[in-house]
Design a protein. Structure first.
Length: 124
C-alpha cells in the first residue's frame, strides 16, 4: 500500500472514531436526512450536528444537497459504510487461539531468540 492510500484510509478511520459520527452514518444508511431531521433523531444541537456532518463530507463519507433552506445529506458510497459497519459489528472472538497455543508460540519464539543469541556469541 502506498503512503497516499494509507493517508486516505487513516483520515476515514479518524473520522469514524467519533460515536456521534457513527450514529449519523447509521441514520444516513436508512436514507437522505436533512440537518433538522438529524438534530431531532440524535437529540443534539444543530451546530454540533453540522460540525460532524462537515467532517464526514471532508472524508468523502457523506455528501450534501441544498433544497431551499434545507441541507440534506446522503451517503455517496453506502456499500462502503455498510461494509465498515459489518466489519465493526462482527464477533471476532471465534478463532481466537487458546491460552495454551499462545503460551506454546511464545515459548517457540523465546527458544529461537535464545538460539540466535548463542550463534552471535560464538561468532558464527
Amino acid at each position: 500500500m502506498g503512503s497516499r492510500k494509507a493517508d486516505e484510509w487513516a483520515k476515514k478511520l479518524r473520522v469514524l472514531s467519533h460515536p456521534t459520527r457513527l450514529m449519523i452514518l447509521e441514520e444516513l444508511l436508512k436514507g437522505v436526512k436533512c440537518v433538522n431531521d438529524m438534530t431531532e433523531l440524535l437529540e443534539l444541537p444543530q451546530p454540533n450536528v453540522s460540525q460532524h456532518l462537515m467532517a464526514l463530507r471532508e472524508a468523502g463519507l457523506a455528501e450534501c444537497r441544498r433544497h431551499g433552506l434545507f441541507r440534506c445529506y446522503y451517503l455517496p458510497k453506502p456499500a462502503l459504510v455498510r461494509g465498515l459497519f459489518d466489519v465493526l459489528g462482527k464477533d471476532y472472538r471465534t478463532g481466537v487461539p487458546s491460552r495454551d497455543k499462545i503460551v506454546a508460540a511464545s515459548g517457540q519464539a523465546q527458544r529461537k531468540t535464545h538460539a540466535r543469541r548463542k550463534v552471535r556469541k560464538r561468532g558464527v
